[in-house]
Design a protein around this ligand. Structure first.
Ligand code: AMP
Ligand code: TRP
Length: 324
C-alpha cells in the first residue's frame, strides 16, 4: 500500500503565489508516489470567520485553483473537512490526552489572540488538535505545508507521541515537507504573502492585473534612484525572479547590482514570466469553471473515499481508548 500524504488549507478563496510556491507545488508533485489526501478545512476557517456568507464560494474558487494546478481527483482524494465529520469526533478524543499548556504556548494561538481580541473562541485553542486529527485520521506520514505551519506540525508529533505512549502504537509521527520556497513574502516585502494582509498575487488574475500588482511591490529599500546599485539578495522581487525567471535570474541580479536594469523593468520581466508560466493554468481553470457540477462531483467522491478510511481509524481509536 502506498504511504499517505495529507494536507489541508483554509478556504480563503482564490489561491496566491505563496500558497502555490509554498504548498500546492508539493501537493501536485507527491501524487504519484503517495496516496494523497487534500482537504479544504472549513471548520478551521470558522475559528476566525464571523461572516460565513462567502464560505461556499471560497471553497469552490479554491478547488478550481487546485484542479487547474494539477491535482488529479483520479489519483488524489480532494474533500471538504466538514463532509467527513469523524474528524470532529477524533478531535474531541485527542483533546483528552493533550495538555492545555501545550496549546496555550502555540505561537499562532498567541498571534490570533492579538489579531482578534474580540473573538478568542474555544476553537482557536483546539486548532492544532483539530489539525492533528485531520492528519492522523488518515495515518498520514508526510504533510506538505509552508514554513508557517511547522510549529503546528511539531505539536502534532507531540500529540501523536503522547497518544501512542498511553494507548499503544496507533499513529505514525507525521513529517512536514517543505518546498524550496517555504515562506514567500508579500508585495510589502516584510510579511508573509497572505490574502488577509492584501499583499498577495492571486494565480487566477489576468495578465494585466498581475502586472498591476507586481508594480506595487516594494523592492530593495536602499535603491532610491534608477542609478543606485541594487541588492538583489534583499529584494523580494528578485526572490520571485529566481523561481519564475530561473535561467535569467543570475543576469538580472548582476544588472541590478550595476544599476543596468531599473526596478520597473525588472518587475515587467517578472510579470511577463509569471503570466507565461501561468497561462496553461489559467486556461485549464476557465475550462473547469465552466462545469460547476464537476467540482461538486469531485468533492462528493472525495468525501466518500476519505470517509471509508476515517471510519476505520476512528473505530481503532475507540477500541484502544476502551470506548468499545
Ligand atoms: P492558508 O491559505 O494559510 O490556509 O495556507 C495554505 C497552505 O499554503 C499552507 O500549507 C501554508 O503554509 C501555505 N502558505 C500560505 N501562505 C504562504 C506563503 N506566503 N509562503 C509559503 N507558503 C504559504
Ligand atoms: N493550519 C493550516 C493552515 O492554516 C491548515 C490545515 C488544517 C492543515 N489541517 C491541516 C495543514 C492538516 C496540514 C495538515 O494553512
Amino acid at each position: 500500500m502506498k504511504r499517505r500524504v495529507f494536507s489541508g488549507a483554509r478556504p480563503t478563496g482564490r489561491q496566491h503565489l505563496g500558497n502555490y510556491l509554498g504548498a500546492i507545488q508539493n501537493y501536485v508533485a507527491l501524487q504519484d508516489e503517495y496516496q494523497c489526501i487534500y482537504c479544504i478545512v472549513d471548520i478551521h476557517a470558522l475559528t476566525s470567520l464571523e461572516d460565513t456568507s462567502q464560505l461556499q464560494e471560497n471553497i469552490h474558487e479554491m478547488v478550481l485553483d487546485w484542479l487547474a494546478a494539477g491535482l488529479d481527483p483520479k489519483k488524489s482524494i480532494l474533500f471538504v473537512q466538514s463532509h467527513v465529520p469523524e474528524v470532529m469526533e477524533l478531535h474531541t478524543l485527542l483533546g483528552m490526552t493533550t495538555p492545555l499548556g501545550w496549546l496555550l504556548r502555540v505561537p499562532t494561538f498567541k498571534e490570533k489572540v492579538k489579531l482578534q481580541p474580540h473573538n478568542v473562541n474555544y476553537g482557536l485553542v483546539g486548532y492544532p488538535v483539530l489539525m492533528t486529527a485531520d492528519i492522523v485520521l488518515y495515518k498520514a506520514e508526510v504533510v506538505p505545508v509552508g514554513e508557517d505551519q511547522l510549529p503546528h506540525l511539531e505539536l502534532a508529533r507531540e500529540i501523536v507521541r503522547r497518544f501512542n505512549n498511553i494507548f499503544g502504537d496507533t499513529f505514525p509521527e507525521p513529517q512536514a515537507k517543505l518546498t524550496p520556497f517555504p515562506m514567500v513574502l508579500g508585495l510589502d516585502g516584510k510579511e508573509k504573502m497572505s490574502k488577509q494582509l492584501d499583499n498577495h498575487i492571486e494565480l487566477a488574475l489576468s495578465p494585466e492585473e498581475t502586472l498591476e500588482r507586481v508594480m506595487t511591490a516594494v523592492t530593495d529599500p536602499a535603491r532610491r534612484y534608477r542609478h543606485d546599485p541594487g541588492h538583489p539578495e534583499v529584494c523580494n522581487i528578485y526572490r520571485l525572479q529566481q523561481y519564475f525567471n530561473e535561467f535569467k535570474s543570475g543576469g538580472i541580479a548582476e544588472q541590478c547590482r550595476r544599476a543596468q536594469i531599473g526596478c520597473v523593468e525588472c518587475k515587467e520581466l517578472l510579470a511577463d514570466a509569471i503570466n507565461t508560466m501561468l497561462q496553461p493554468f489559467r486556461q485549464r481553470r476557465a475550462a473547469i469553471a465552466a462545469e460547476p457540477q464537476y467540482v461538486t462531483d469531485v468533492l462528493a467522491d472525495g468525501a466518500r473515499r476519505a470517509r471509508l478510511i476515517a471510519r476505520r481509524t476512528l473505530k481503532e481509536v475507540k477500541q484502544r481508548m476502551g470506548l468499545i
